[in-house]
Write a protein that binds this ligand. Sequence first.
Ligand code: WT7
Length: 397
Amino acid sequence: MRLLSGASDECEPEWCDSEDPLFILYTSGSTGKPKGVLHTVSGYMLYVATTFKLVFDYQPDDVYWCTADIGWITGHSYITYGPLANGATSVLFEGLPTYPDVSRMWEIVDKYQVTKFYTAPTAIRLLMKYGSEPVQKYNRESLKVLGTVGEPINPEAWQWYYSVVGEKRCPVVDTFWQTETGGHVVTLILSIVPAILNESGEELEGPCEGYLVFKQPWPGVMRTVYGNHQRFETTYFKKFPGYYVSGDGCRRDKDGYYWITGRMDDMLNVSGHLLSTAEVESALGEHAAVAEAAVVSRLHPVKGESLYCFVTLTDGVGFNRTLEAELKKQVREKIGAIATPDFIQNAPSLPKTRSGKIMRRVLRKIARNEQDLGDLSTLADSSVIEQLFLNRCCGAV
Ligand code: WT7
């Protein structure tokens, strides 16, 4: 009270230039070192405010709930800036979808009469495991639109979201975008002029598959990699000059729909979070027992992908459970809980090309127990393959 009485009623805003930095969010880079994605004040806010309004058909009487973590880009764009700029009534939730029980989401939907709901395929797959009964305990009549983001949504998860959660009344709005794009760039309702290119950079027409790129700039695109503008240009604009390169693969079907097929580079998507193989490999490599590490993804029923790590140990070191646990802990501490490896395989040698490059393509097949290894003509020593198959880590996670 004492302080309040002495304070002014006026609070002059801090005036910013439209291109002043708004925030920096770090995202994985395919070379291992995370990139500081820098967004600026006006373009970003204009873009997230507009896409929020149009893509979710936001109306003043809506109650909107995005389940993301506020510290990631989805939370920045579609919990904080986009909804607030529209004056939207929002539910903010800090907690787990499974605590105190697996009906938590639907209980909240009914309690606050949520109309627009936005979540990730990994959350849908997690809840799917418990069947429809926990969903049907609540009536969810308020729901109108169901959004999804973070990774390709698999048909089973889409069907469950549409039929069980939305009772076939609510459109499922898939939104493709990235930390770098600031906001949605491919959705059912609006898209930023996408194109699909082949390896030589030619634009493909009709049904096809290739690199997903964007032909026009948009207000919310990142402005630079903080402290390294050169890296910004190289990562997004060098491979195909004149286009923004997303790094994802994409298929266009005969009806003109775009199907995102996943990353074309050495990136993994664990529960909707991007990680680079290089970043996990260097965390493993910092352990004294590890001479070399190679990391690939293995498909996971809930997380989408999970980490499968091959480690070559330093001479004289034996592989055992204690070391395995230590290595998992090491990655968890260096990168974060999301990056905790599911599998660590002892690999006395790794498949390499004659020029010494680790063939992750082959390791990915071994991790997934796929016997058709494709073209092995560049492999330096083929005897390592059989050994790696024999020592595969089996079993569910
Ligand atoms: C990568 C970006 C966008 C906020 C969360 C992740 C994948 C994202 C989709 C989608 C298929 C998707 C892509 C993309 N991704 N949304 N709807 N369908 N894939 O942000 O950590 O910057 O990751 O996530 O691979 O490149 P991010």
